[in-house]
Write a protein that binds this ligand. Structure first.
Ligand SMILES: Cc1cc2nc3c(=O)[nH]c(=O)nc-3n(C[C@H](O)[C@H](O)[C@H](O)COP(=O)(O)O)c2cc1C
Length: 404
């Protein structure tokens, strides 16, 4: 399971997990376990109705921390204040229509709803309910009130609901909740107000309806960059070729399967963005022609004629103006020399060179070894790291050298 956050991000983070009486409360035990395993200190606060769905022991067992329920059972500790003040994030998952309504209108009739009034800026809500409840104008109005007050919401996903109906209202998957927590907790946030366009994955150049030319890029590096840019506060659009990984939480995706489609999509969105990160593995060649019917097996040799695809990065470099452009190149040898040559030849601000063709780096590996060079003359060699950690270092370099 790929979860897009740097490997040690949750180490030492204090997360208050608020669990309310939705059927998805059972799913949240895995969330508590994941965050605890990654080094977060997770304290759970449950409503009385949540206790009817999942036992407190489950949360105590996976977090190793006590579970809070009732303000008046917590002695003279003023738990509603100390709990809110002592955590970095208050994540309510699942958030019932009831807790959303109570928070929107300042109702504080139990421990969880009371502590939400103490530190509302720390709250991240993950609503989950039946589709008709979710679409009910009163629920939507309450969500709108909270959003206008700056409360962050993880939109429910669509699909089969626990009640058997279909539609919007599902609690997103655990990995998406984790990414939402990463993106909410991350500091600094220097990309706030910036629009970031990222490309990821492998293009496919079709020969006939059943064959294509492509490369082994999984899209993991580009998706990692998209999640990290979001965590730094940016608005992120991801243009993807073929991906063998999931798109991260909070990112808008546009699919562009071929190099020509990707060129068109990048040029269409380039005016919108402040920063372009071209991480997709775009095929250098495509078949000279496409056969609409499957090419039959034969006894004699078959020659496929290829024509060059446009060099999207080079074309962008020619007209980039003041926008920041980051390119990626995949090399099997002379990595640094090639990175410097391509940085200049393509007129980009930063070039990130990957070593490919080895087991632990490049296309399909979960880890990567990269070199960063930039037009200000900086040269950085990163150690072998998980790809999301590499993404964090790249974005940090981008911000400190080009956006500060
Ligand atoms: C089995 C069961 C499942 C429920 N699932 C949901 C749900 O997914 N979302 C929701 O908003 N309410 C759900 N409810 C209704 C809430 O439990 C009810 O509104 C309750 O008052 C919520 O209290 P709380 O927000 O204090 O936990 C469910 C009720 C039952 C009995």
């Amino acid at each position: 399971m790929v979860v897009y956050h740097p490997s040690s991000f949750f180490q030492g983070k204090k997360i208050l997990l608020g669990v309310t009486g939705g059927i998805a409360a059972v799913k949240v035990v895995s969330l508590a376990r994941y965050l605890t395993e990654k080094g977060a200190r997770v304290t759970t606060c449950m409503t009385r109705h949540a206790l009817r769905i999942v036992g407190r022991t489950s949360f105590e067992a996976v977090t190793g921390e006590r579970v809070y329920i009732d303000s008046f059972a917590e002695g003279a500790s003023l738990a509603h204040i100390t709990l809110a003040r002592s955590h970095d994030l208050i994540l309510i998952a699942p958030a019932t229509a009831n807790i959303i309504g109570k928070m929107a209108h300042g109702i504080a009739d139990d421990l969880l709803s009371t502590l939400l009034l103490v530190e509302p800026q720390k709250v991240l809500l993950a609503p989950a309910m039946n589709v008709s409840m979710w679409r009910n104008p009163v629920v939507q109005e309450n969500v709108k009130i909270l959003v206008e007050r700056g409360v962050r919401i993880i939109p429910p996903s669509s699909g089969k609901l626990a009640c058997g109906e279909e539609g919007e209202g599902r609690l997103p998957e655990v990995e998406e909740l984790v990414e939402a927590a990463f993106q909410a907790l991350h500091t600094p946030r220097d990309l706030a107000g910036k629009k970031i366009l990222v490309t990821a994955g492998a293009t496919r150049e079709w020969v006939d309806p059943s064959r294509f030319i492509s490369n082994p890029s999984s899209g993991l590096m580009g998706c990692a960059l998209a999640s990290v840019c979001r965590a730094w506060g940016g608005e992120v659009k991801l243009i993807t070729g073929n991906l063998s990984v999931r798109v991260p939480f909070g990112v808008v995706q546009e699919v562009a399967e071929t190099a020509l489609a990707m060129r068109e999509a990048v040029f269409r969105s380039f005016g919108w963005c402040d920063v372009l990160i071209m991480c997709a593995a775009v095929s250098d060649f495509r078949p000279a022609s496409f056969s609409p019917s499957k090419i039959k097996r034969g006894e004699s040799a078959f020659t496929l004629s290829l024509v060059p695809n446009p060099d999207i990065l080079k074309e962008i470099g020619e007209k980039k103006g003041t926008k920041i452009v980051v390119g990626f190149c995949a090399e099997t040898e002379n990595v640094l020399e090639e990175a410097w040559r391509k940085l200049r030849a393509k007129n980009v601000d930063m070039m990130v060179a990957n070593l490919v063709g080895q087991e632990e780096t490049g296309f399909t590996a979960p880890t990567n070894k990269v070199w960063i060079v930039d037009r200000k003359g900086n040269e950085v060699v990163l150690p072998l790291l998980p790809k999301v950690d590499v993404a964090e270092r790249i974005v940090s370099h981008l911000v400190s050298h080009f956006l500060s």
